[in-house]
Design a protein around this ligand. Structure first.
Ligand SMILES: [Zn+2]
Ligand SMILES: [Zn+2]
Length: 366
């Protein structure tokens, strides 16, 4: 599937899913006409929409709702800050819920990377408390101040329509590559003795991680590693002055999915790393937590491979497959033995049956 077809399919899917929403057009029309005739004090957003002469009827339903949200709140900073924080919380905890359910169902244990270590509800609750603490003390201010800075550097927030899907896809790809490299070096630095003891040790509390533990870390670590997540978009804005906050939302959503899934502790046959071999996935990061070394990157495997920080991980994987082969071979031999015994018993029974006459006595002919 080409990138154009993919983006077309995506936008069609989005368009159809939002068609069922009630139209935001009457609200937009009412607010803008009240702002222009002076019945209502024109807010920052209303002024900007009036000046930009947008034809709202040509927008998708989702874009109309986007404009309605900015008109409802009035201030770009508050509207963007609120929406970003709510989006972050909904995506983070929303993505954790399926993993909490999977942990509670023993059927899924066969895909757990460290099946002996399933998190208890108590552990999950302790983890949630610290995660919420850093969300409100570190991430909320970071999210709030990121937008005015990015807007100053040329990021669009209230503007509609959104940029083409192809543009946003390429931007998100750049953010993934940038964050992965930043995280790799910062994470390696965090494993340096004093930094580890003072900061990173908290994140290593769980040697068998679970979804919620993705952001279980010292607030300073959340801040340091968060720089890699926000740094790509800031640099992009500073150089190209063209980025829509909607592309940021796609990036943040995918980045949260990546981080939570990497900590999930499950490796399914359909997990992304089995389809896209450069992808790290849970299998890669779970080893980092189990072995306390190797595999420092987030999304991709290539940096650990290039800098040789996956040697122990690869040796472990080789050992596992050798062991699996040995076990399979032993199991096969054992199975063959049992089958041979059953066959022998069958032959004996067959001979016995053939040896009997009509009345149960031994056949005289024998
Ligand atoms: Zn680490
Ligand atoms: Zn981790």
């Amino acid at each position: 599937m080409s990138l154009t077809t993919l983006s077309q399919t995506l936008s069609n899917t989005l368009a159809t899913s939002f068609t069922y929403l009630p139209s935001a057009l009457p609200y937009i029309a009412r607010t803008l006409s009240q702002a222009s005739n002076g019945t209502l004090t024109a807010s920052e957003s209303a002024r900007h929409y009036l000046e930009s002469n947008i034809d709202f009827t040509t927008l998708s339903v989702f874009e109309q709702w986007w404009a309605a949200w900015y008109l409802l709140i009035g201030s770009h900073t508050i509207a963007t800050g609120l929406m970003s924080f709510i989006m972050h919380e909904v995506v983070y905890f929303g993505r954790c819920v399926p993993w909490i359910i999977i942990d509670a169902i023993p059927y899924f244990r066969k895909w757990k990377l460290q099946p002996g270590k399933v998190p208890t509800p108590q552990e999950q609750w302790e983890c949630t408390k610290l995660v919420l603490f850093s969300h409100f003390t570190i991430e909320l201010p970071a999210i709030w101040f990121f937008h005015p800075l990015a807007e100053f550097l040329g990021m669009s927030t209230w503007q509609v329509p959104f940029p083409p899907w192809k543009t946003m896809a390429l931007q998100v790809l750049f953010f993934f590559i940038f964050e992965d490299a930043f995280h790799y070096w910062a994470h390696r630095a965090l494993h340096y003795g004093p930094l580890y003891k003072k900061i990173h040790k908290i994140h290593h509390k769980y040697s068998a991680p679970f979804g919620l533990a993705a952001e279980y870390a010292h607030p300073l670590e959340v801040f340091i590693l968060g720089t890699g997540t926000l740094g790509g978009p800031i640099l992009y804005c500073a150089f190209f002055h063209d980025l829509h906050v909607f592309a940021m939302y796609i990036w943040i959503t995918l980045r949260l999915f990546q981080a939570i899934d990497a900590h999930s502790g499950y490796d399914f046959p359909w997990s992304l790393q089995h389809i896209f071999w450069l992808w790290s996935g849970a299998d890669h990061h779970d080893f980092h937590h189990m072995a306390f070394m190797n595999n420092y990157s987030t999304s991709f495997r290539y940096l650990d491979y290039i800098f040789g920080t996956d040697d122990k991980y690869r040796a472990y994987k080789n050992r596992l497959s050798a062991e699996e082969e040995r076990v399979n071979a032993t199991e096969q031999k054992w199975k063959e033995q049992v089958e041979a015994e059953i066959e022998k018993e069958g032959l004996r029974a067959e001979r016995e049956a053939e040896g009997k006459g009509w009345w149960g006595e031994k056949d005289k002919k024998d």
